[in-house]
Design a protein. Structure first.
Lengths: 56, 353
């Protein structure tokens, strides 16, 4: 899974989802451990190879 | 065989759970291909055509053509075919590529893994390849990182062959009762030596027996192919007849893991109609046909159209408040949104394991 960007998206002033570019496609990833894309994002964040940008 | 013998055998299968458990593999007949019937992948793995059937690789990058093929053994309509477009070479002992299938953990509690009464399972399938020889097939028990493998032989090039292998129940590793991965069935194609040692028919840890005895390499030569259909995993030490089911039933089971609004991205068929909010830059989100395994990753395909099919100047942003049964809304980019007007867009929801 090639993740090239990730940014939190706010809803009602709380981080609600991550907008991520995965395998060259922009996807909305929910903040749910059981979601395989979220799990991979957090694995790469822990490994220091990916940073999730703060919401605009 | 006498009727009395047949009834006695049937009774034994019921005792083993082979009948009541039926097939733990969804879409084993390769009938459902929501994403499309053909795809080429040059880099990453993932699910390409057939629902629930995945391609997984590490450090090994052949270019592959995936397809739902109408070439199938008698009694089946489709198979999953993987063909090498551009081969790669296994460079290190840790590189590998497999076709695999994940089963949800909470659907496997009847196997009683982690107890003395853990049940054996039998995997059966039809296979066809131009590469003859000994292949491994394994099961990875995800929660405990344990593996067991067996082997099968493709005897003749280009002929459908029926295979069955039985795996002992795992008395040590427990499958968590949750919506994560329970068992991962793995058909290795090309793999480094780290995974081919060890022993068959014995549960082990840390890849020790993962694909023991695998002696072929399908993806290291151009035009090699491997096809599979009729995949069945049942409780017990013998294979049951493949339990055919309706397309609608299989599709609904697949949609727990993946669903899309359309049958073809090139047309308007099934395009979701959504009302624009008043005062905010949102469109209504979809309700799913089938409750998802977990909150899914969602994608709105760009090209939001007007109700009459003409292209609007709006662009898709992100979905908000994604639940198991739908998403509340889709944020918009671009300009020109008209309050309470109906627009249309395509979406996908991915809750695969």
């Amino acid at each position: 899974m090639n993740i090239t960007s990730a940014q939190y998206i706010l809803s009602e002033d709380e981080n609600n989802v991550i907008l991520a570019t995965i395998d060259e496609i922009e996807m909305t990833v929910p903040l749910t451990e059981g979601n395989r894309h979220y799990a991979e994002i957090m694995r790469q964040v822990e490994a220091g190879t990916l940073t999730i940008a703060e919401a605009d | 065989m006498s009727k009395a013998r047949q009834l006695a055998d049937l009774g034994n299968q019921v005792d083993d759970g082979a009948i009541t458990g039926s097939n733990m593999v969804i879409n084993g007949g390769m009938t459902v291909a929501q994403r499309g019937t053909s795809a080429t992948n040059t880099t990453g793995g993932g699910l390409k055509t057939i629902d629930r059937m995945r391609y997984t690789r590490s450090g090994f990058v052949p270019s592959l053509n995936h397809s739902q093929s109408t070439d199938a053994p008698d009694g089946f309509s489709y198979s999953y075919k993987v063909e090498v477009a551009t081969a790669d070479t296994i460079g290190t002992s840790t590189e590998y590529s497999v076709i695999d299938y994940n089963i949800e953990a909470q659907d496997l509690q009847h196997l009683k893994y982690g107890s003395a009464s853990a049940k054996a399972v039998t995997l059966s399938f039809w296979v066809k390849s131009n590469v003859t020889g000994t292949y491994a097939v394994g099961i990875n028990q995800h929660d405990s990182s344990r593996d067991i493998s067996s082997t099968y032989t493709v005897n003749a090039s280009g002929a459908w062959e029926y295979k069955t292998v039985t795996f002992l129940g795992d008395v040590s590793g427990t499958i968590n009762n949750d919506n994560g991965i329970g068992l991962n069935i793995e058909w290795p194609m090309s793999t480094g030596s780290n995974f081919t040692g060890g022993s068959n028919d014995v549960w082990g840890t840390a890849d020790a027996n993962r694909w023991a005895g695998h002696a072929v390499s399908v993806f290291e030569t151009n035009s090699n192919y491997w096809q599979i259909t009729g995949v069945c995993l049942n409780v017990g030490d013998s294979a049951i007849d493949f339990p055919h089911e309706s397309y609608g039933d299989t599709l609904a089971k697949c949609q727990r893991y993946y669903e899309q609004s359309y049958t073809s991205l090139t047309g308007s068929d099934g395009k979701f109609s959504a009302v624009a909010s008043t005062g905010s830059n949102y469109l209504q989100g979809p309700t799913f046909r089938v409750t998802k395994r977990t909150q899914p990753t969602m994608l709105a395909h760009d090209g939001i159209s007007e109700m009459d099919g003409s292209t609007s100047s709006l662009t898709a942003g992100s979905f908000n408040h994604i639940g198991l049964n739908g998403a509340l809304r889709l944020s918009l980019g671009g300009s020109g949104r008209i309050n309470a007007q109906v627009y249309r867009y395509h979406w996908t929801a991915d809750a695969e394991l």
